[in-house]
Design a binder for this molecule. Structure first.
Ligand code: TDO
Length: 184
């Protein structure tokens, strides 16, 4: 397992070692001790799976404190473009967007710390799997508009299929003005 730093503190990509033999293959999806060696100590308490048809965009989502969720995200089948935005109060990379393609050949994973908005676009029909450090609290959930002009995220899909909820989120700037999110 190779844990690679991104340009954003605490956000790491994990490249597992895949052991192949005549029966098939094996890999370690999560190792607490390996994460700890990199100064990351997530305590996962919920696992989720979703299936998305090619062209679906889910996001951008986050839960506010005290229900913030760190997420270890991956795909079981298919390929997605995973997108995160650092919205941690006081972060030197506040507002920075990070892209990571997750695919079921490399079986790479992204660990997204608490305080990031998260979303993905399905580049193929994909089963998405993620571990969370907090349980689902709908009352603490907020969303940011997928096509926020300031974030200008390139989801690489032409006409995304979105949930009704995801079509109507405010922009990051609107959330900053209302102090739902603060930079400092
Ligand atoms: C996220 C979630 C949803 N649900 C229910 C609520 C709803 O009826 C149905 C679908 O929910 P959503 O439309 O919010 O699902 P989805 O759009 O897949 O939401 C997810 O998107 C990605 C990008 C994330 O980062 C996740 O944290 C989560 O917000 O599932 C749960 O029961 N538990 C959960 O943990």
């Amino acid at each position: 397992m190779n844990i690679i730093k991104t340009g954003i503190e605490g956000l790491v990509e994990i490249i597992p070692t895949i052991y192949k033999d005549d029966r098939g293959w094996f890999f370690e999806l999560f190792r607490e001790d390996h994460f700890r060696n990199h100064g990351i100590n997530p305590k996962f308490i919920q696992d989720n799976q979703s299936f998305s048809k090619k062209g679906v965009v889910r996001g951008l989502h986050l839960q506010l404190d005290p229900y913030a969720q760190g997420k270890l995200v991956s795909v079981i089948s298919g390929k997605v473009l995973d997108v995160v935005v650092d919205l941690r109060k006081g972060s030197s990379t506040f507002g920075k967007v990070h892209y990571c393609t997750l695919d079921s050949e490399r079986r790479n994973l992204l660990f997204v710390p608490e305080g990031f908005a998260h979303g993905f676009s399905a580049l193929e029909d994909s089963i998405f799997f993620y571990k969370c450090t907090n349980t689902h609290h709908p009352g603490a959930e907020i969303g940011i508009r997928w096509n926020d002009p300031d974030l200008a995220i390139d989801w690489t899909v032409k006409e995304p299929l979105l949930s009704a909820k995801d079509k109507n989120h405010p922009t990051l700037n609107e959330l900053l003005i209302k102090s739902v999110i603060s930079r400092n």
